[in-house]
Design a binder for this molecule. Structure first.
Ligand code: 5GP
Ligand code: ZN
Length: 139
């Protein structure tokens, strides 16, 4: 499996950096975002290091999309948001800050006025843990 020793998500996959995990299978991992744009913000990633949509194999994209769908369904059951966006960035011009492919699962509230490039702010770990528990139990 391809891995980059300098990549933060590869370190999470390897267990070198902790995460609040929601789901794992042979090819993919889902966990809570550390700088949530909204309560319940989660990420789905391939375990292998692929920089972006264009470089990754279709089968890996399909596996990661399936995981994102499962997380979105659990977010929906657990938090009952008004909507859910899947957001995915490729390249710095699209505001991709971690160069390991990922799909954001973003619970939305009507009128939350979340901008697509929201600008990450440090999250409240207690709030992230509480959302993690609710979504995890709905997985
Ligand atoms: P991007 O800006 O590349 O679309 O999204 C990268 C996401 O990864 C950001 O939302 C950021 O908060 C999240 N992130 C960066 N480092 C970490 C980390 O160490 N742990 C977790 N859980 N999320 C991270
Ligand atoms: Zn990586």
């Amino acid at each position: 499996m391809t891995s980059d020793p300098d990549c933060i998500f590869c370190k999470i996959v390897a267990g070198q950096i902790p995460c609040l995990s929601l789901y794992e299978d042979d090819e993919t991992l889902a966990f809570m975002d550390i700088n949530p744009a909204n309560t319940g913000h989660a990420l789905a990633i391939p375990k292998a290091h692929w920089q972006d949509l264009m470089s990754m194999p279709d089968a890996t994209l399909a596996a990661t999309a399936r995981t994102a769908k499962q997380v979105a369904a659990a977010v929906h059951r657990a938090l009952n948001p008004d909507g859910v966006n899947l957001v995915q960035a490729n390249g710095p011009g699209a505001a991709q800050s971690v160069l390991h492919f990922h799909i954001h699962v973003l619970p939305r509230r009507s009128g939350d006025e979340l901008k697509l490039n929201w600008g990450p702010l440090p999250g409240d770990m207690e709030a992230i843990r509480a959302a993690h528990q609710r979504i995890q139990s709905a997985m």
